[in-house]
Design a protein around this ligand. Structure first.
Ligand SMILES: [Zn+2]
Ligand SMILES: [Zn+2]
Length: 262
């Protein structure tokens, strides 16, 4: 990872006395606050969730999901589920680490809207854990975190997808696709997709992205924190493909399954 990318990843702003205090305390489970044995927070392989909380997370089943849209399916290894049979997707495939639930939602909201950047190493590690022993990533040359528009980036101070990509990479073995932050730009400020209806979501994203010619003939993996209907990732995939990319997949930390859509 180059220096520019490093400069975009801010360390969590903890005062020195707080860091010092935390080193004296035993680590606690991030979810249930149970005391975890052994290592301190600052060791790279320190535990962050107790065994029960880790098991209870809504891990995506690598077999029972639609390869096209990433939605949960009743039958194994479905290329396309009923819901996306008639849809024309620009994404070639979609994967998620977890289904969207209250626990994951809480962590993502804390990270994005309450400045809790220290959660990004945890989320990156969780995503990496969900891909342990998987060779799936090897089919991609480059990974592009979904960019924020410059106005939102200034307001938030960081791009959560880039933080996630960085910590995901740190927890993975070799053969990780190269992270590219300049290959896709958000050139138009759009309203948050969560505020809009399905029809409005599609119009809202018209011409929202611009892709670099560097994507030509590359297999590109787009990374985002949440996938709801998939419209943002699909529009980004279309833009990258129009610029000459070969295969374009999507990876998200968590996906809202259709049966839980509001
Ligand atoms: Zn726990
Ligand atoms: Zn599907």
């Amino acid at each position: 990872m180059n220096e520019f990318v490093q400069s975009l990843i801010h360390p969590s702003p903890q005062p020195g006395w707080l860091r010092w205090m935390r080193q004296l305390l035993p680590p606690l489970c991030w979810k249930c606050s149970k005391v975890l044995g052994g290592k301190t927070y600052h060791e790279p392989a320190s535990p962050f969730l107790c065994k029960n909380c880790l098991i209870e997370l809504p891990w995506t089943d690598p077999v029972y999901h639609c390869l096209q849209c990433g939605n949960r399916t009743a039958e194994p290894n479905r290329l396309r589920c009923e819901e996306c049979l008639d849809d024309i997707w620009d994404l070639d495939e979609s994967r998620s680490g977890f289904a969207y639930n209250e626990t994951i939602r809480h962590w993502i909201l804390q990270l994005k809207f309450f400045g809790q950047e220290h959660l990004s190493p945890l989320l990156g590690r969780l995503l990496a854990l969900s891909f342990q022993n998987s060779t799936w990533l090897e089919r991609y040359d480059s990974l592009i975190p979904i960019p924020l528009h410059s106005t939102r980036l200034r307001k938030r101070g960081f791009n959560q997808s880039l933080l996630l990509a960085h910590h995901f990479q740190k927890n993975m073995e070799a053969n990780f696709p190269e992270i590219q932050v300049h290959w896709l730009r958000r050139i138009r400020a759009t309203r948050p997709q969560t505020e809009l209806s399905l029809a409005e979501r599609l119009v809202n994203l018209d011409d929202a992205f611009s892709a670099s010619p560097d994507v030509r003939n590359k297999n590109i993996l787009l990374l985002d924190d949440v996938m709801t209907t998939g419209s943002t990732l699909n529009v980004a995939a279309r833009c990258v493909k129009e610029a000459g990319a070969n295969r374009v997949g999507a990876l998200v930390l968590c996906r809202k399954m259709w049966d839980t859509l509001e």
